[in-house]
Design a protein around this ligand. Structure first.
Ligand code: BTN
Length: 250
């Protein structure tokens, strides 16, 4: 099986985690770029050490790339991935739902305020070559929304038979957005496109970080992709990690 742009695809019926497999493939010196997809994961990983429930029916996919950029520039790839997931799922939603499809900083894809997809980006020194390897792990709730206590979760509500088409949409969109990103030279375009699709831009929000909350107005993201938060008129701070919430909910 190949993805657009002739990127090979390794498919597993069941695996611990497609991101873990990516690390193993890199350590073994496998050629990149390479897609790894699985029907289910037994130890799916989410952000901040969380588990990613990975039963059959949803999409679990990881792309390994080795861009010639610094680790700081590589963090921009989470915006590239979020735009790609946005465009991929938009192609499988009724037109009426599209205004409800938004990107939540740093890299969640939300439908009607509920999480539809997540992205786990990991970068490391390439084990076999000079430079950086980046692992873009993407989970999209295609057939079902796993029950979660702390947050609302959405799905595309499609049959599992739609998975190959959703994967092709994702791989096509990611190849296109990677081309526009152009190893960081096109980040201005990425940033604008991401802001166009952003959830809560210009709204009051809270950012929770290690148990404490900072309140402010979400005014944008800077050139490094950090969140800009206006905490009082004229005072803008940048936040590089955390989870954002509409202010009323915190
Ligand atoms: C998040 O917490 O929002 C990120 C979730 C990322 C899940 C995907 S599923 C494919 C890849 N393999 C993993 O173990 N995690 C990522």
């Amino acid at each position: 099986m190949t993805a657009p742009a002739d990127i090979p695809v390794l498919r597993f019926e069941s695996i611990d985690s497609t991101n873990e497999e990516a690390l193993r493939r890199l350590a073994a010196g496998e050629r990149t770029p390479l897609w790894i997809i699985a029907d289910e994961q037994t130890r799916g990983r989410g952000r901040s050490g969380r588990q990613w429930q990975s039963l059959k029916g949803n999409l679990y996919a990881t792309l390994i790339v080795e861009p010639r950029v610094s680790a700081a520039v590589a963090t921009q790839l989470s915006f590239v991935a979020a735009l790609s997931v946005h465009d991929a799922v938009a192609a499988h939603l009724p037109a009426d739902d599209l205004p409800r499809l938004r990107l939540k900083w740093p890299n969640d894809v939300m439908l009607g305020g509920a999480k539809l997809a997540g992205i786990l980006l990991e970068s490391l020194a390439s084990p076999k070559r000079k430079g950086l390897a980046v692992i873009l792990g993407i989970g999209i709730n295609v057939a079902h929304a796993p029950l979660e206590m702390e947050r609302a979760v959405a799905s595309l509500g499609l049959e599992p038979s739609a998975l190959p088409q959703v994967f092709i949409s994702l791989a096509t969109a990611l190849s296109e957005w990677l081309g526009r990103w152009d190893e960081g030279r096109g980040f201005a375009v990425i940033r604008e496109a991401w802001l166009d699709r952003a959830l809560a831009l210009n709204d009051p929000i809270s950012v929770s970080l290690n148990g404490s909350a900072i309140r402010g107005r979400f005014t944008g993201v800077d050139a490094a992709g950090a969140l800009q938060l206006e905490t009082e008129p004229g005072v803008v701070i940048t936040v590089t990690a955390g989870d954002i919430y509409p202010d009323a909910l915190v």
